[in-house]
Design a protein around this ligand. Structure first.
Ligand code: SF4
Length: 364
């Protein structure tokens, strides 16, 4: 599938470029108490190891804002401060050195307060994401459009955008989230025809892991396939580590990013002779921190197994109490079931040793 991405302006969140010709950036959000610097940093480190490139932190009060400096200094990836309503939290977050703000300028008290925040953000070179949520659209727009329609969402974004532009500020990124999928897709489509700021994609309040990942993927895939979206976040009622894994699975399946190990495994059936489900999960866990793009196959039997396993970088195809190991298309050995996993992981290590553990080429 050839996806032609719509060209947007490029901004930088810390060292990470977003928009323009930059790869689609994977984000997540911590769910620790931001005031708890140690736990928050531990979670950020786990997310970064999984490939999260930018992370957002909720800043509900001044204590949380004051913790941001320590977090920003120690974190290996850029930090976005998520602020609602209180402009003083935004000013504090900026003075603590965050890499970006998520805030709606129309919601922080207008006039002087907006000017102060915008000027401080401009002085720090810090971008601002405008995040329109269908649940919090301004009353006048709800009346004008008869509800939180895509048009109302787009106009809300434009109102916030103009407030910043009127202050001469243009390091802007925009998101338009609704939990209703078709409304979200329509809104992003309309917005991308209207502005060329980079867009942050997400389906808000998508749900728990499985239905949430499916719903978010369905919505984001429609947009991404249309070339829309410069950074994505899965909003899942699940540990944020899962959001990062889901993001790469989606981007990889669309050919938009090529990071990490893809485990190809069969659905299992009456012919399955080895513990494919257990092995596939173990393989996934064992290889989750590898950045190099690899395909690893775990197949249950010799019907489809050898074909799929042989196409992968490393693969196993089960037989009765034993299985075949393939490497780069070649059968390299037969192992007893209990020795298959170690043999597979060893095969992966050998390939990595040959290519380097290779973080991804950032321009794929
Ligand atoms: Fe069944 Fe074999 Fe296909 Fe797995 S690979 S689903 S065991 S036929």
């Amino acid at each position: 599938m050839q996806i032609n991405r719509r060209l947007t302006r490029q901004i930088h969140i810390g060292v990470v470029p977003i928009g323009g010709s930059a790869p689609i950036v994977v984000q997540s959000m911590t769910n620790t108490d931001t005031r708890d610097v140690r736990r928050t940093l531990a979670q950020i480190t786990r997310l970064a190891k999984l490939g999260c490139e930018v992370v957002r932190l909720g800043v509900p009060n001044m204590e949380a804002a004051r913790a941001l400096g320590k977090i920003t200094d120690a974190a290996k990836i850029p930090i976005i401060a998520d602020i609602h309503f209180d402009y003083k939290l935004a000013l504090e977050a900026l003075s603590q050195g965050v890499d970006a703000l998520r805030l709606n300028p129309g919601n922080i008290g207008g006039g002087r307060k907006v000017r102060e925040v915008t000027k401080a953000a401009a002085d720090h070179g810090t971008p601002i994401r405008i995040g329109v949520n269908s649940g919090s659209i301004e009353k006048d727009l709800l009346i004008k459009y008869g509800g939180p329609t895509p048009e109302a969402m787009v106009e809300s974004a434009l109102v916030h955008m103009r407030i910043l532009e009127n202050e001469g500020f243009d390091k802007i990124k925009i998101s338009l989230k609704a939990s209703d999928l078709s409304r979200t897709v329509d809104a992003y489509g309309k917005l991308s025809e209207t502005v060329d700021y980079p867009l942050h994609l997400g389906i808000t309040e998508a749900g728990t892991m499985l239905p949430g990942a499916v719903k978010s993927s369905a919505g984001m895939a429609l947009l991404l396939a249309d070339g829309i979206g410069d950074t994505i976040r899965f909003s899942l009622t699940a540990p944020p580590e899962n959001e990062v894994k889901a993001a790469y699975a989606l981007l990889r399946s669309l050919g938009l990013r090529n990071r990490g190990v893809e485990v190809i495994s069969c659905p299992t059936c009456s012919r399955t002779d080895i513990d494919v489900i257990g092995m596939a999960h173990k393989v996934e866990r064992a290889l989750q921190y590898i950045a190099a793009p690899l395909t690893v196959a775990v197949m249950g039997c010799v019907v489809n197994g050898p074909g799929e396993a042989a196409e992968a970088d490393v693969g196993i195809a089960g037989g009765k109490g034993k299985g075949v190991l393939f490497k780069k298309g070649k059968k390299v050995g037969i192992f007893l079931e209990q020795d298959l996993m170690p043999a597979l992981l060893n095969g992966v290590r050998e390939i990595l040793a040959a290519v380097g553990d290779g973080s991804e080429n950032h321009h794929n």
